[in-house]
Design a protein around this ligand. Sequence first.
Ligand SMILES: Cc1cc2nc3c(=O)[nH]c(=O)nc-3n(C[C@H](O)[C@H](O)[C@H](O)COP(=O)(O)OP(=O)(O)OC[C@H]3O[C@@H](n4cnc5c(N)ncnc54)[C@H](O)[C@@H]3O)c2cc1C
Length: 386
Amino acid sequence: MNDALTRLLRCAPAPAERVVDEYRDLAAEVADKTAGDDFRAQWRTLAGLGVLRRTGGGPDGPGPVTRGLAAIEGIGLAGVDPGLCYALTSQLFGMQHPLRTALSTRDQDITEAVEDGRTLLCHALTERSGGSDPLSMASRAERDQDGYVLTGAKAFVTAAPVADLAIVFARTAQGRTPFALTAFLVPLDTPGVSRGETFDKTALPTAPMGELLFDGARLPATAVIGQEGSGLGIMSATTAWERALILGYALGPMRLLLERTARWAREREHFGRPMGASHQVAARVSDMAMALHRSRIQLYTLAAALDAGTTARQLAAEAALTKISVSEDYVRMTEHATALAGVRAFVPDSGLTADPLGPLAALTYAGPNDLLRVGVARQLGLPVEN
Ligand SMILES: Cc1cc2nc3c(=O)[nH]c(=O)nc-3n(C[C@H](O)[C@H](O)[C@H](O)COP(=O)(O)OP(=O)(O)OC[C@H]3O[C@@H](n4cnc5c(N)ncnc54)[C@H](O)[C@@H]3O)c2cc1C
């Protein structure tokens, strides 16, 4: 990438840009060596670089959220597999940050084991019947002596086939009241808990996805995250965090796509001149740069707000707008790259293949964009319900 474009895209705060560069270099050293390892081994290697560590701050350093986002962008830039980057980002921002009190004030503090990659978490919300409407869930936890008995099944859960602990949302009261759900931290070796089907995905195929089955699993009262009935509130926090930052995993792949496409447009000869001499081709490349530029600004702005102490719930509308905007920019960038690569976009090993399914999946996870739009409009006072 030439200097002007590099400068244009370096729109994050300078300390964050340094972390991006640092993690790009660190991950580049291990990416090739570990590419053949199984998912958990690759996870541990990247965690060993400090990607999941909640550090940062100080006079010259970025805050912990910004540092995490920059580290994720850096490993993506190094070419680390997007499925692995997605799963790391989902755990870091959808679980570790919003639930850090719950992970550190229990009988034992599992923060260290999670941060260094020994313990892997998953977020079990969706059921086979659907994910957008949590109050329709059937999984239930009934009080029994001094604990709960958990019954039901969760489906389409990232990392369920390989995780050690699940954050499980279950019904503790009937009906669609805001206090009907409770969140539990459930070790997956608890008697009565088993792993069901593993789902092979067409999008992000390397991130394992599966089902969790609960057949009268007994949980102690200490398994409750927050309080009984606060599940919807916990979920609002985890999903707001995830919406705010999950697309951070895409920044590395988006930049690689732009660099590769700009190079191709400069170098390919077409009609007796470089392809990039066509205004239409140039406009597509500019649109790709604009998409990446605004995606970086949006994500790093949210990270800075979270570092400054704004709660994710206060940022719920911005998080939804950012998730919609970056996911749709990622889809459009991929469309431009595909158009400009021609047939090579569909030929493995051409160096110009483009994966449309990973970006398209971003329209669905962490809340489908259609429903997020409804929520944003509601916050603007429109009388619109889900
Ligand atoms: C890659 C990936 C990873 C995932 N990881 C996890 C995970 O770790 N844990 C987990 O619990 N789940 C996970 N999921 C599942 C995800 O959370 C759900 O897919 C999501 O909540 C949407 O639920 P659904 O697929 O049942 O879609 P549905 O609820 O069936 O909605 C499908 C579509 O219907 C339309 N629609 C439905 N109702 C409305 C309405 N009222 N207004 C407007 N439009 C509407 C929208 O277009 C929407 O996109 C993952 C999904 C993907 C793709």
